[in-house]
Design a binder for this molecule. Structure first.
Ligand SMILES: [Zn+2]
Length: 304
């Protein structure tokens, strides 16, 4: 996919979100910083992309660990300014491990400082273009997307992928407007004149209407049966953990799904399985999907 001048996407896997490099003579901006465990790799990739030029700004689409986990390392290395969505600021200030989906999901990130915030309706100069900041609640209540009318490019974070969108955790935890917000966010995106989407995960894509259609269909499935979302959230979080750990003794999976707060809570509230039954279903399902394999009593991550 040919991107407009000055826009480079460093496509990462699923553990780290993509890093989007927006170049300008007045100062380069990077959107999203990847997962903490990949911070050294992220810094090296950015050094290569910057070719000795300074990095002026780092911004985040939202503050989940795979999007902001490299913030501290990037800030240390490049001495750039950091800006985050205004709604995330209180969570970052108090480093809310639950709201940021960190320890409660067995995820980690290095705490970081920021210099500024932005919110819906703001305009940010990033690279050569002006970007509208649009609220994109759903996957993360405080998430934003960046839209450039001039280039018709949308930086969508986890609000829209080529195949779906980031899991809507909040709907399962007492914020039962989260699916409705997800729908409103997709409708907002559908209302944009958009040629290219640069998602937080996966390659940049055109055919935005087809992606939206898939996203709406998926959303409808969750609206009709909330346990679909519960199963999806458990699979997503366990897969993410396995991508970081690479392997886990099969015998430990039941204790793991009981120990990790969010997994245990989703199971208790929606799936209502014994830890052993949950573990068995989870492993079988992810093996069938080709995400996990097993060898000699070990569960192994296949991809990434
Ligand atoms: Zn996310």
């Amino acid at each position: 996919m040919k991107l407009p001048r000055g826009i480079q996407v460093i496509e990462r896997g699923w553990l780290s979100a993509n890093n989007i490099v927006l170049r300008a003579p007045s100062g380069t901006t990077v959107v999203d910083s990847g997962y903490g465990a990949h911070a050294a790799q992220t810094v090296a990739l950015l050094e290569r992309a910057l070719k000795g030029k300074p990095l002026a700004h780092l911004v985040n689409t939202h503050c989940h660990s795979d999007h902001m986990g490299g913030n501290a390392a990037i800030r240390r290395k490049f001495r750039c300014t950091t800006s985050i969505p205004a709604g995330e600021a209180p969570l970052i200030d108090r480093w809310d491990e639950r709201e940021l989906i960190l320890a409660t999901a067995d995820q980690r990130a290095e705490r970081f400082a920021y210099d500024g915030t932005f919110g819906h309706g703001d305009r940010l100069g990033m690279g050569e273009y002006e970007w509208q900041v649009l609220a994109a609640p759903g996957h993360d209540t405080h998430a934003v997307v960046f839209y450039s009318p001039e280039t018709r490019v949308l930086i969508s974070g986890d609000a829209l992928w080529e195949n779906g969108f980031g899991a809507v955790f909040d709907q399962l935890f007492g914020r039962d407007s989260a699916l409705a917000e997800t729908r409103a966010t997709l409708e907002r995106i559908a209302g944009l004149d958009c040629e290219i989407v640069i998602p937080g995960h996966g390659r940049p894509f055109g055919e935005v209407d087809a992606a939206l259609e898939r996203a709406f269909a998926r959303l409808k499935g969750y609206e009709e049966d909330i346990t679909r979302l519960a199963r999806h959230v458990v699979k997503v979080l366990f897969t993410f953990a396995m991508l970081e750990k690479r392997s886990m003794p099969l015998a430990e999976v039941p204790a793991y799904v009981e120990r990790v707060t969010i997994l245990a809570e989703v199971n208790r509230a929606y799936l209502k399985k014994t830890p052993a039954a949950l573990a068995e279903w989870l492993v079988a399902d992810l093996e069938r999907a080709g995400v996990l394999g097993r060898r000699q009593g070990l569960l192994l991550a296949s991809g990434e």
